[in-house]
Write a new protein. Structure first.
Length: 80
């Protein structure tokens, strides 16, 4: 494990000067942040469109024959 900490400290010594070059008052998400946000927005839009299409195919009305028969068949008998 000492090798791992040596490589981590070496990486930190190379990254610290790069971090100093950044202006601390002017940090923005940049192009990559916009691309990630746009892809997520498109994915949500596609999922909502698909859900709307699938919900439109669902038949919420029960037929009278199957609804009454199932309710009586599954209801437990009351003993008194």
């Amino acid at each position: 494990m000492p090798d791992m900490s040596a490589s981590a400290s070496l990486a930190m010594t190379h990254l610290v000067p790069l971090a100093k070059e950044l202006d601390e008052d002017k940090v923005t998400p940049g192009v990559l942040g916009f691309v990630v946000f746009a892809v997520m927005a498109l994915a949500v839009w596609a999922l909502m469109k698909s859900m709307n299409r699938h919900m439109g195919r669902v038949d919420f009305a029960e037929s009278e024959d199957s609804g009454a028969g199932k309710a009586e068949a599954t209801a437990p008998e009351k003993r008194g």
